[in-house]
Design a protein around this ligand. Sequence first.
Ligand code: AMP
Length: 284
Amino acid sequence: MTKPFTDLQAWREERRTQCRAGRSLGFVPTMGALHEGHLSLVQRSRSENDGTLVSIFVNPTQFDDRVDYEKYPRRVDDDMQMLRAAGADYVLLPTQADLYPDAFRYRVSEVDHSRTLEGAHRPGHFDAVLTVVLKLLQLARAERAYFGEKDWQQLQLVRGMADAFFLPTLIVPVGTVRELDGLALSSRNRRLAAADRAKAPAFHRALAEAATPDEAAHVLRGSGFVVDYVQDVDGRRLGAVRLGGVRLIDNVPLNGGPKGPHYESGPKGPRYESGPEGPHDEDS
Ligand code: AMP
């Protein structure tokens, strides 16, 4: 049974009842338009908790580009069906008015790493992400919350926030799920025109194979990508590109950098860098 909650008070009452019964909760925050990447987080949560809550909320404050926000895919009925099939127990569907009674007057700000890479290209983005994640974590009251390594910088900042504010929820990283051609699954992939979709796997290949970030950027520009950045940080290579107006981000471990165990599913299934089959590295 997958139970939707559109009323925050009803969810909070439900969670109080669960807490009294000693039932642990895993939480997966999403913006919907779900794919196998999101479902790997749900699967991981199900394996570690008595119950799993998924939230679906397209957070307007974190979009610096109005068109990107408006074009962001919204498919709640399909999402619900996928979550039922995946065995999620609860789905939180808040509105903007629910989550922003303060009209975004109160914000969480990280003043260092949030201004680099994605933050440099999307001013204010991470303040908005951290703010909505804090709100959602407070509502979920989960033992664990699951975040994808696909959004590497976001994962580091959320972990940093959880430490800085002594949040009781453990932040658990989950490896990136990719198409067989290497493209990281993303809700934005469906907006790629056919020719751009055919080009897109070159992004991951360049990140993984180039000797330096400059070489990766050069190769990508040569193949028709607009490169926002490619940079090596702490044993990881992070990049952001645009293809026909669709922005893609990805990252790969560098030699000697932090690397999840490799898992290759059968010929049809998606490929996991780490994750469902990997060890539960809660303290990694
Ligand atoms: P989003 O709906 O894009 O905000 O993503 C919700 C969560 O799913 C975030 O923690 C993402 O990092 C994670 N996620 C998105 N794409 C993938 C992927 N391809 N593999 C694993 N996790 C992902």
